[in-house]
Design a binder for this molecule. Structure first.
Ligand code: SAM
Ligand code: SF4
Length: 334
């Protein structure tokens, strides 16, 4: 399949697509969703075949890495059908990597099948190792299920990276233990600053912990050495001398990494967001459905990439007590 490159107005090559296959989830993490979330109407969803078709157009246009996310990607009905379909692009060499971000609740069931389909590494979100705190932060989740999922993923040969949202007064004191635990099991850990996306039931100013503070705290007990390691995302990594493992920092609030942005985000209704932190979006569902050929949707993608903005401008403070963007993280998948 002939591949081209997508270049945005700032000269950035767009080679990474994140696809939110559903905005629904079996958890209700307090920083991500409100408890009574209104989800997108099912009739607006793209079918798995349509998602496959859209992803394939993106791959033909130069996407080399594709991440399925959500909502919780593994709660979408028949999701493994899409994974198997997309894996043909791994076999052909057009796609370098197919991966996913998951809360881990369904991993015990799907880990082997994911590995069989050519998935090599996955991100699992885990904010605490304390079962009661886990239930409190996810509202509906159970830690033992996620642990069984991580076990199954590692047993299937998947490389697991953990993602933890740093929450003031919640998991900041626990992060040293999480770090030791993750590294002891051969998993990298990445910490993420909370981003002001969508209305939630709580005040984000209470949760927000700048990672510069967290890092200074960790440096009281660990030796952190900056390393150039990159996974293609915005995380900046350090090596932890005491554990021999890697710790990543994703700092959308305190450090703007937009200059090296290589990605766009597709929702389960076929809306393309060119930036996580901006409202501007392009509808790809109408051009996709307007004809059987892909020329219209390819043109719509080109037009959208042509207006990818330079960056985001997230703010969390007491004066700005509204989300920077109105949609929740579960729509675009982080
Ligand atoms: N459900 C899957 C999961 O939790 O891994 C995939 C989707 S979830 C929206 C992707 C990531 O975004 C998770 O690691 C989650 O912790 C993070 N996230 C959700 N809301 C966030 C927010 N407001 N700020 C920062 N990260 C957030
Ligand atoms: Fe669901 Fe992931 Fe959002 Fe938690 S962070 S509510 S698991 S989508």
């Amino acid at each position: 399949m002939p591949q081209t490159d997508m270049i945005d107005p700032f000269g950035r090559t767009i080679s990474y697509l994140r696809v939110s296959v559903t905005d629904r989830c079996d958890f209700r993490c307090v920083y991500c969703m409100s408890e009574d979330m209104a989800f997108l109407p099912k009739k607006d969803l793209l079918s798995l075949e349509e998602l496959d078709r859209l992803c394939t157009v993106f791959i033909e246009k130069g996407v080399r890495r594709l991440r399925l996310t959500g909502g919780e990607p593994l709660v979408r009905k028949n999701i493994m059908h899409l994974v198997h379909e997309l894996s043909r692009h791994l076999k052909s060499g057009a796609l370098e990597e197919l991966t996913l971000t998951t809360n881990g609740s369904q991993l015990a069931r799907y880990a082997d099948e994911l590995a069989d389909a050519g998935v090599k590494r996955i991100n699992v979100s885990l904010d605490t190792l304390d079962a009661d705190k886990f239930h409190a932060i996810t509202r509906w989740g159970h830690l033992d299920k996620v642990m069984a999922g991580i076990d199954a993923a590692q047993a299937a040969g998947l490389k697991v990276k953990l993602n933890a949202v740093a929450l003031k007064g919640f998991n900041d004191i626990e992060l040293p233990d999480m770090l030791r635990w993750a590294h002891g099991r051969g998993m990298d850990l990445t910490v993420i600053e909370t981003m002001p996306m969508g209305e939630i039931d709580e005040d984000r100013t209470d949760q927000y912990l700048p990672l510069s503070l967290l890092r200074a705290d960790l440096e009281k007990q660990f030796t952190l050495k900056d390393i150039p390691y990159k996974t293609g995302g915005p995380a900046r990594y350090v090596e932890v001398a005491e554990t021999g493992g890697r710790l990543g920092f994703i700092t959308p609030m305190t450090h703007n990494f937009c200059e090296s942005c290589n990605r766009v985000r597709l929702t389960c209704t076929g809306t393309l967001y060119m930036c996580l932190g901006q409202e501007d979006a392009a509808d790809l569902r109408a051009p996709l459905r307007a004809s059987e050929g892909n020329a219209l949707v390819a043109a719509a993608i080109d037009e959208a990439i042509g207006r990818k903005p330079k960056g985001h401008d997230f703010v969390i403070d007491r004066r700005t007590n509204r989300p920077s963007v109105s949609r929740h993280m579960s729509v675009t998948g982080g």
